[in-house]
Design a protein around this ligand. Structure first.
Ligand SMILES: [Zn+2]
Length: 157
């Protein structure tokens, strides 16, 4: 099995979450997405690991932290084919399904500098997610402009 081979590339964890099959170079975006730079838990990152499905991939292991389904859906924005395994006592106890969120609130800046969300700090950014074939677009609730995923930037934490 391919899975077994991959699991040996990074040391096993006892309890926590393994985010696998992240496209190479997306690992740091995922770190930021889950605010992993702020945790005190042990995190193991594998970058550019060999993958039979992707060629190369990134992988993140987070000890003692579990992500919920909503967070898994946010992950789908960056890595729609990623796998999220929850580990307890070295065993995979759950695999979270990834599906794109319908709306994303407060996570991204609106690229439109005239958008009200830039002036009114109290207004939380709100994008509707639109998927067209392989491409993901963000539609701002306030200025109603549509942006490609590549133009979106994260709020700085
Ligand atoms: Zn906007």
């Amino acid at each position: 099995m391919i899975m077994k081979e991959n699991n040996l590339q990074v040391e096993a964890i006892k309890n926590g979450t393994v985010l696998d099959h992240i496209p190479a170079n997306m690992g740091f975006n995922v770190m930021r997405l889950f605010q992993l730079h702020k945790t005190n838990q042990r995190i193991t990152i594998g970058l550019n690991l060999p993958s039979s499905a992707l060629g190369v991939k990134d992988l993140i292991k987070i000890e003692n932290l579990y992500i919920n389904e909503e967070q898994a859906n946010h992950l789908a924005l960056y890595a729609p084919n990623a796998t999220v395994n929850q580990i307890e006592n070295y065993q995979v106890v759950a695999k979270l399904p990834l599906s794109l969120p319908q709306n994303v609130l407060g996570m991204f800046h609106c690229p439109n500098t005239n958008c009200i969300t830039h002036d009114e700090k109290a207004v939380e950014s709100h994008f509707k997610i639109i998927q067209k074939c392989e491409n993901i677009h963000f539609k701002c609730k306030y200025c109603e402009k549509v942006f490609s995923k590549e133009t979106m930037t994260h709020h700085q934490a």
